[in-house]
Ligand binder design. Structure first.
Ligand SMILES: NC(=O)N[C@@H](CC(=O)O)C(=O)O
Ligand SMILES: [Zn+2]
Ligand SMILES: [Zn+2]
Length: 335
């Protein structure tokens, strides 16, 4: 049987939620990943040292028997230097959301006035805290990410020593930015390596393929594949696994977010094998992130095997992408 081994897989964009949902999904990530960058968009957002520490403890309590590092993030506000100096050692990044643009982002940034942000972003540069960004404007839905490129350029030029991570990129426009500014990086999800808008609304409407940013055009998918399959050193895997209850997904007013954490590595193997690029998957799912963030995850070895795997209908009521469908790779063992 064909197998493929991955060492210390990392998921550098992960929603673990809170409460019962946290208890349900955190063990699924902890099973197959060494660590993940945990998003701060709880209600209310994680925006203080107290709430950050308490959230990390609640995460750790759900995974008593697994080695899994929750790399914590703080919800971006125009924090002052003193506050940032005190919190720097407790966080891996700060996550910026434009106000109202995605799930639980109401308290985000409503104006990208560089002068208003200068103190915070200069302090982050000096302290070596990366800035992760959900990069969408409030324009027409298919153009939101491309329109946001001017904001990335403004940030990259004004803060040349700030590491800026374009989160969950979905367009050729974003891919083209990677080689233009030395301080711009990106995460790519597994679903954006598989889906276009057709898979969301091209036939029957598919709520479990609906997320922000929405999947785009075939040429965008090709651009994402080109950098992911080569494991371009400035891109890394971030699932953006974003669980919502079945009720919130299968309803009028479907919540944005695709739940992929438990099937992400299997799907990545399938994609990379299909394009004969399995040898680059290790860099995409771990090595690049280690270099970009300067992190050293705990040892974990995940052996995957090529065999039909029926994706569960749901995980305690949370429906994954490709629910009840057969995919071609499965997890064989983990050490
Ligand atoms: N990606 C999504 O569609 N949803 C995410 C938020 C986000 O990452 O934008 C969520 O928290 O549900
Ligand atoms: Zn986002
Ligand atoms: Zn997200």
């Amino acid at each position: 049987m064909k197998t493929h081994t991955l060492l210390m897989p990392l998921d550098m964009h992960l929603h673990l939620r809170d409460g019962v949902m946290l208890e349900n999904v955190a063990p699924l990530s902890a099973y197959s990943f060494s660590g993940g960058l945990v998003m701060p968009n709880l209600v209310p957002p994680v925006d203080s040292l107290e709430s950050l520490k308490a959230y990390k403890e609640r995460i750790m309590a759900t995974i008593p028997n697994d080695f899994f590092e929750p790399y914590m993030t703080l919800f971006y506000k125009n924090y002052d230097r003193k506050f940032l100096t005190g919190i720097a050692e407790h966080i891996t990044a700060i996550k910026l959301y434009p106000a109202g643009i995605t799930t639980n982002s109401e308290g985000g940034v409503s104006s990208f006035d560089i002068e208003e942000m200068r103190e915070t972003l200069e302090a982050m540069s000096d302290l070596g805290i990366p800035l992760c960004v959900h990069g969408e404007t409030d324009g027409f839905v298919m153009d939101r990410e491309a329109e946001f490129m001017s904001v990335y350029e403004l940030l990259a030029k004004n803060f040349p020593n700030l590491k800026i991570i374009m989160e969950h990129i979905t367009t050729k426009a974003a891919v083209d930015m990677l080689d233009k500014y030395k301080n711009l990086y990106a995460t790519i999800t597994v679903h954006h390596l598989l889906l276009t808008l057709d898979d969301v609304i091209g036939g029957m409407m598919m709520p479990h393929n609906f997320c922000k940013p929405i999947a785009k055009r075939p040429e965008d998918l090709d651009a994402l594949l080109s950098v992911a399959l080569e494991a371009h050193p400035k891109v890394m895997f971030g699932s953006d696994s974003a669980p919502h209850s079945r009720e919130k997904k299968e309803s009028a007013g479907c919540a944005a977010g695709i739940f992929t954490a438990p099937i992400a590595l299997q799907l990545l193997c399938e994609i990379f094998e299909q394009y004969n690029k399995l040898e680059n998957l290790q860099a995409f799912v771990s090595d690049n992130a280690q270099n970009i963030y300067g992190i050293c995850p705990e040892f974990k070895e995940v052996i995957l095997e090529k065999r039909p795997f029926l994706v569960p209908k749901d995980y305690n009521g949370v429906v994954p992408m490709y629910s009840d469908k057969i995919i071609n790779w499965a997890i064989q063992s983990i050490e």
